[in-house]
Design a protein around this ligand. Sequence first.
Ligand SMILES: [Zn+2]
Length: 133
Amino acid sequence: MPQLRCPFEDCRCVVASMDEKRKIQVPEQVYTKMKLLQNSRERTLRGGQFLVFDDVWDFDNIGVSRSLPVELRNATSGFALDDDSLTVNEVSKYLICADCDRGPLGAVCEVKTADGGVKVVHLLSLASVELEQ
Ligand SMILES: [Zn+2]
């Protein structure tokens, strides 16, 4: 499977493998709402595309930030992902490169599912990392 790497020239650490089955399409306002890092070339190719991981251990190499300040946690409340099947309750932490600690490359979110359940998902932004073919 192609690999997803940290976008920084001096790092390029593998963060995860590309997996089409995990992919969701998210409205583009997500980048400003969540204040995610954007890589202009990847954003053109894969804007709004995210991979969903239920478990942090499903990544090859990812770091998790400290809990975000309350203003940022609440800023995304009620934001719908993927045709309303998932709605963000809050963004609790950021995903960062495990090697260089830079990012944010994605977010750890508490989401509401279409059936009313609540779960925690890890969203990796494909516009924030680099896809190696
Ligand atoms: Zn890195």
